[in-house]
Write a protein that binds this ligand. Sequence first.
Ligand code: C2E
Ligand code: MG
Length: 762
Amino acid sequence: MTTPINRRVLFVDDTPTIHEDFRKILANDAAVSDLEADEAVLFGTAARTDSLQFEMASAFQGVEALDKVKASLLANTPYAMAFVDMRMPPGWDGVETVERLWQEDPRLQVVFCTAYSDYSWKEVLARLDVRDRLLILKKPFDGIEVYQLASALTTKWEMTEQAAFRMNSLEQAVEERTRELSNANIIVQNSPVILYRLRGEPTFPLIYISHNITKLGHDPKILLASPKWAETLIYPEDQAKVGEAMARVLVKDAQGASIEFRLCTGDGALRWVENRYVPVRDQEGRLIEVEGIIIDITERKAADEKITLLARTDGLTGLANRATFTERLAQSFAAAQRGARPFAILYLDLDKFKPVNDSFGHPVGDLLLQQVAQRLKSCTRVTDLVARLGGDEFAVLQGEISDPASAGALAAKIQTALGAPFLLDGNEVHISASIGVSSYVASSPGPDTMLVQADLALYRSKDEGRNQYHFHSHELDQEVLDRVRLAGEVVQAIDRREFELQYQPQVELASQNIVGMEALVRWNHPTRGRLAPGLFIPIAEKTGTIVALGHWVLDQACRQMSLWRGEGLKLPVIAVNLSLSQLKRSQELIRDVTETLARWGLVPSDLEFDVTEATLAQLTWAQNDVLPQLRQLGVKIAIDDFGSEYSSFDYVRAYRVNHLKIAQSFINRSTTDPECAATIRAIVNFAHDVGIGVIAQGVETKQQQDLLTSADATTQAQGFRFSKAVGADRAGDMLREGRIDRRGESFTDESTQVQVILAPAA
Ligand code: C2E
Ligand code: MG
């Protein structure tokens, strides 16, 4: 403290001359210079070379003194001391004055000045009850005594103030620190972080552990006292790896280590914790302590596990997903190669899933997938793995089979299970499944190939009418390979002019007039003979070569139409089949159509595109708007094979198509199945009502023809009853006649069937 000492002194005496004396004494420094030196020794104040500067004030009565004290306090310049006379008539005497002054300022030090007393000193002391601020100076007094008292008491006043100030600051600091510590303690108690310290020498005893270990059911005192605290806390299986982490910390210069382990709680449960060790070393690098932080990560661990599980399962059905399936497949394959029991893969695809989705909505579609998943699970053993590979594709890994026939048995069981009706959100839904089976044999090339094989077998099941299962076989491989090879030859075959278009007339039932021709492609293969489109179109579709072929077909059909027109033949429309790949490349297709029509001098309405229901469903799925664009252009659209899959009138409405081509399978059954006949009538009526034309496909008999005519004579028909698909010349002849008169006898001509010959590759 460097503030100047408070040397303010108040004289309280009714005798003015006494005041004069006091002032003289305190102003006279020469007389007291020796005393200063003593004071410096006594109270530790700096010895000064200059004299003490007292600030002196006078009051002649007690009341006046009180006013002065009050004023001094207000001005924040309190008096350090007062010399007070004992008798001051007519006002308060010395004792009363002091009592009043102390009420105002208890720090004021008082020297009573008296020659004699009206009180005994004992009485005075008892009444004032303060001994350390009161001195008595008996008259007549010596100047040196007065000076010494003033000097010592003013110094003492200042020192008492400073001590009080220091004490106060200290108390505040202690209070603050205590508050901080208690806050920190609360944070530690409430935090999931447990802190501890180990002494940095074997056996690394625990010297501190934060109290919140009690939350995990342990008493810190017991742990601190136990040499086996680590065994108590660490799950036995994890003790070795914790030991390793600790060893890493002990290596000189190690910064620390972190490890996750399971901590045993006091009540026998386990919590996952993350533990960090921080070594504390002295300047020489010697380990003094190891500080540890334990964080409870049980919840995070659980979330991690859930994420891992989610990454391995299909969210909708809870079955394994593709990744898990292929992983297990690889394991089973490796095990079988090492001599474990063989296994089989069943690759499954739901027939008619898309129409369920389309007509009942996605939520019902989802329900169906979930119920299918349950039924699949109920058909299999725990050792089998059921997976959803995506969309409506499922797979079963059938483990440990002794006989390939058991895979067939499972396939049949699954088909029966899925054949039972599903009750979905109040709707009864029927589906079936096509299945491809691939069983492990010693010569199986690898897990991936097995999956491809199962897929090929599935493809065969679908191809042969669905709701069946097929085993993969060597022959199947050959056949598929062969088809793939064939698809690879398509582009070359276009250049070599191996393709040919045939035309099948479409007639109006009432008049028997030819109202259209459908262009159907054939491949005059140099080694395999004439190939029907069913043999190469689907695979060309898969390999993408269909696009080039489709381009060629469109050009040829339009060319032929143009030639016929040039000859003056009447043909309202030429029909061309479109495949999904062509439709998917919408801009390319639209350009191609526009250019081709222009090239052959045709208008868009001369052209009708056949698009199958299945293709339409896929386009809708992909939200492709190529069909509306084609309609905009003025090209006609017919829904091919209508009724074969979905019989959905939604498409009819959505795309404002020109024709429905009733599937041949329907027409076939129409004469034997009354329900089927009724459906055909309903379709015809509906189409009539909404102004859409109907073309019955594959009409072969008079009976079928009659049935259709009775439903609506404006119906058109196409089929062997009228004509098979024929070459351009023969078709031209028909057009010249203009009509095919088939009102009379029945007609079947086996020779018109296109021969399907699959010769071995050259
Ligand atoms: P589609 O468009 O439904 O054609 C009708 C098919 O039924 C033709 O078989 C035709 O020969 C056959 N057919 C017609 N009337 C009768 C009948 O009374 N009885 C029987 N049993 N069959 C009849 P094709 O020519 O073998 O064509 C099969 C499929 O190949 C076509 O079915 C079509 O989807 C596709 N296709 C044919 N040519 C092309 C083409 O140029 N491009 C595309 N993308 N697909 C084509
Ligand atoms: Mg067609």
